[in-house]
Ligand binder design. Structure first.
Ligand code: NAI
Length: 329
C-alpha cells in the first residue's frame, strides 16, 4: 500500500516514522504541499492519500483524486466536516478516520486554557520577563468549590468532568445522552448549565443544532464573571456576540483552542501578515482571552495513537476488512 501524505508537518512525520516499522506493507511519501485541485495530480500511482482536519476534501478535490486512481482517503484526525462524504461515496472512495485517540489530551488542554485565563498566566509570563513584578490585574478565582458546567460528555467531555472533579469542583453537565458512568456528575438542562456554572467548557460536536450555541441570548443567561472554554469547534460560538460579551465584562476569562476564523491560520506561521479586520485580531486584543491554534490534540501519546490507527486503517482496507466505526459515510 503506497500512501501519499499531504500537508505534512514535522511532528506528523516523526510520529508516523516511529510506528511505520510495525506496518511493513505500507510505504509513505510525505509532502508538505496542501491538498487542492491543483495538487491532486501528485497522487497518480497512489492507492491512498492521507489528509488532515483542515485539508480541502470538497467535491472537486475528491473527483480529481478519483481520476488519479485513489481508492482510499485516510484522515489522520477525528473531525471530518471537511469531507464531502456523499461525493466520496459516489466516486467509490473509502474514507477512514481516527475517531478517538487521546480524549485526555484535549481535556487537559481545556483545563490549561481555563487555568491560564483565570490566573492570567499569559500576562504574568510577559510581565515577569520585563522585570515587572506587580500583581495588579492578575487576580483570579479559586476553582475548588466552584461549579464546572460541561456541555457534551462524550469521550473528551467525560475526561474534562473527571479533571474538574479532581480539582474539587462541583460538576454539572448537559448532554442529550447522559453518560451514566459519570456518577459524580449532575445532569441538568442546558439553561441550568448556563445559569449555574463558574466554568463552562464546550465538548459537543458542531452540528446544525449546535451551530452558534453560544450567542447573545445564551451568554446573557450565564453568570457574571464566568470562564468560557472552547476546544471543540469554532462555530459553536458566535464570535461577534462573544466579543460583545467580553466588552460588557461578562467573562472572567475566555480560552479558545478553536474559533470561527481559524481556517487560514491553523498550523500556519502568519507572523508577517496584518490581520486587518479579522475577529481573531479583535479577540487577541482582550487581556482576559487566550487563543491557541487547535493544538488540544497535540501530545506525543495522541500523535502515536493517531499514527497507529491511520496505518491500521490502511492495512485493514488492503485486506478487505475495514473497521466500520472508523468509516466516514
Ligand atoms: P464524542 O462523540 O465522544 O462526544 C460528543 C458528545 O456530545 C456526545 O456525548 C453527544 O451526545 C454530545 N452532544 C451531541 N449534541 C449535543 C448537544 N446539542 N448538546 C450537548 N451535547 C451534545 O466526541 P469527542 O471525541 O468527545 O469530541 C468532542 C469534540 O471535540 C469533537 O466534536 C471535536 O469537534 C472536538 N475535538 C477537538 C480537538 C482539538 O484538538 N481541539 C481534537 C479532537 C476533537
Amino acid at each position: 500500500m503506497k500512501i501519499l501524505f499531504y500537508d505534512t508537518k514535522k511532528y506528523d512525520k516523526e510520529s508516523f516514522e516511529r510506528v511505520l516499522p510495525e506496518y511493513p506493507s505500507v510505504k509513505i511519501t510525505y509532502l508538505e504541499t496542501e491538498l487542492s485541485e491543483n495538487t491532486t495530480a501528485l497522487a497518480k500511482g497512489y492507492e491512498a492519500i492521507c489528509a488532515f482536519v483542515n485539508s480541502d476534501l470538497s467535491e472537486g478535490v475528491i473527483r480529481s483524486l478519483q481520476k488519479e486512481g485513489v481508492k482510499l482517503i485516510l484522515l489522520r484526525c477525528a473531525g471530518f466536516n471537511n469531507v464531502d462524504s456523499i461525493v466520496a461515496n459516489e466516486c467509490g472512495i473509502t474514507v477512514l478516520r481516527v475517531p478517538g485517540y487521546s480524549p485526555e489530551a484535549v481535556a487537559e488542554h481545556a483545563m490549561a486554557l481555563a487555568l491560564a485565563v483565570n490566573r492570567r498566566i499569559h500576562k504574568a509570563y510577559i510581565k515577569v520577563r520585563e522585570n515587572n513584578f506587580s500583581l495588579v490585574g492578575l487576580t483570579g478565582v479559586t476553582l475548588h468549590g466552584r461549579t464546572a458546567g460541561i456541555i457534551g460528555t462524550g469521550k473528551i467531555g467525560a475526561a474534562m468532568c473527571r479533571i474538574c472533579n479532581g480539582f474539587g469542583m462541583k460538576v454539572i453537565a448537559y448532554d442529550k445522552y447522559p453518560n451514566r458512568s459519570l456518577d459524580f456528575v449532575e445532569y441538568v438542562s442546558f439553561e441550568e448549565v448556563l445559569a449555574q456554572s463558574d466554568l463552562i467548557s464546550l465538548h459537543c460536536p458542531l452540528m446544525d443544532d449546535t451551530y452558534h450555541l453560544i450567542n447573545e441570548d445564551t451568554i446573557s443567561k450565564m453568570k457574571d464573571n464566568v470562564i468560557l472554554v472552547n476546544t471543540s469547534r469554532g462555530a459553536l460560538i458566535k464570535t461577534d456576540d462573544l466579543i460583545r460579551g467580553i466588552r460588557n465584562r461578562k467573562f472572567l476569562g475566555v480560552g479558545l483552542d478553536v474559533y470561527e476564523e481559524e481556517g487560514d491560520n491553523v498550523f500556519e506561521n502568519r507572523e508577517d501578515d496584518f490581520l486587518e479586520h479579522s475577529v481573531t485580531a479583535r479577540l487577541l486584543s482582550f487581556p482576559n482571552v487566550v487563543v491557541t491554534s487547535h493544538q488540544g490534540f497535540l501530545t506525543e501519546e495522541a500523535l502515536i495513537a493517531i499514527s497507529h490507527t491511520t496505518l491500521q486503517n490502511a492495512v485493514d482496507f488492503e485486506q478487505g476488512s475495514i473497521n466500520e466505526s472508523n468509516q466516514v459515510k
